[in-house]
Design a protein around this ligand. Structure first.
Ligand code: CTP
Ligand code: MG
Length: 215
C-alpha cells in the first residue's frame, strides 16, 4: 500500500483571529500545528511523498518548520479545492490521502484503518457519527428531524485511488462544481461507492480561537 499525501496549509486561518496562518500556531513545546499534522505521515513507511500546499509568502518559513526528504511544497490556490487540485498534479503513488493541515490530532491507527479500507475500495473518508440530534431548518423554522444514526461528520483524511480523484477534480474544474470536501467530487462525478472509516472525535480541525486552546 504505497500512497502520497496532500497536506493542506495554504489557507489564512481567518476564523482563529490570529495575525498569521493558524498552521504555524505553536503549543507550549514549540511544535506547530503543521509539524504535528505532517508527523504521522512522515513516520509511515508506506507514505512515499507529502505535498504541502503553501503560498509564496510562507514557503520559506514552512520549509524551516517541516523539513524531511519526503516533504515537498506546492503553491495552493484561492480555495481549498484549488489547492487540492494543484497538489494532485504532483501525485505519483497509486493512492492519495488528502488531509487538512489544521487537523493535528490524527492518530496512526486511523491512517492504518484508511490503508486497510483502500485495499478493498477506491474511495473512503474518515467520519464520526453525529452526537446531537440534527434538524433541517428553513427561514428560522424546523422543517424536519433527520435520522441521527444515518448522519456523520466528514473529517480528513479522505483517501482515493489517485487516478479516480484526479479525474473527478479535473471534471469539477471543467464544470465549475464547488465542493467543500474531496469525496463530494467523487459523489458528483463517478459511480464509485465511498466507504466510511470510523475515526476519532478528537480529530478536530483547528478553526476557532477556542480550538487553539486545545492545541
Ligand atoms: N486551505 C488551503 N488552501 C486554501 C484554503 C484552505 O490549502 N485556499 C487549507 C487550510 O490551510 C486548512 C485546510 O485547507 O488546513 C482546511 O481549511 P480551513 O480550516 O477553512 O482553513 P483556512 O481556510 O485557513 O481557515 P479560514 O477558513 O478560517 O480562513
Ligand atoms: Mg477556509
Amino acid at each position: 500500500m504505497k500512497y502520497d499525501v496532500v497536506l493542506l496549509a495554504a489557507g489564512k486561518g481567518s476564523r482563529t483571529q490570529l495575525e498569521y496562518n493558524k498552521i504555524f500556531y505553536e503549543d507550549e513545546m514549540g511544535k506547530s500545528i503543521i509539524e504535528k499534522s505532517a508527523q504521522p505521515f512522515i513516520d509511515d513507511v508506506d507514505c512515499i511523498q507529502v505535498w504541502i500546499t503553501t503560498t509564496q509568502d510562507e514557503i520559506e518559513f514552512l520549509k524551516q518548520k517541516v523539513n524531511h526528504k519526503k516533504v515537498h511544497y506546492v503553491m495552493g490556490g484561492a480555495t481549498r479545492q484549488e489547492s487540492v487540485y494543484n497538489a494532485l498534479q504532483n501525485i505519483t503513488s497509486p493512492y492519495v490521502m488528502i488531509h487538512d493541515g489544521a487537523r493535528c490530532f490524527l492518530q496512526k491507527k486511523t491512517i492504518e484503518a484508511c490503508k486497510k479500507k483502500l485495499l478493498e475500495k477506491d474511495a473512503c473518508l474518515v467520519m464520526v457519527q453525529a452526537i446531537d440530534t440534527l434538524k433541517r431548518v428553513q427561514n428560522g423554522e424546523v422543517v424536519e428531524t433527520i435520522v441521527r444514526n444515518e448522519c456523520y461528520h466528514a473529517q480528513t483524511p479522505q483517501c482515493f485511488a489517485s487516478a479516480l480523484i484526479k479525474e473527478c477534480y479535473e471534471k469539477g474544474k471543467q464544470e465549475g462544481f464547488i465542493a467543500t470536501d474531496d469525496t463530494s467530487l467523487v459523489e458528483e462525478f463517478s459511480d464509485v461507492k465511498i466507504a466510511v472509516v470510523e475515526g476519532e472525535y478528537t480529530n478536530i480541525k483547528i478553526t476557532t480561537p477556542q480550538d487553539l486552546k486545545s492545541h
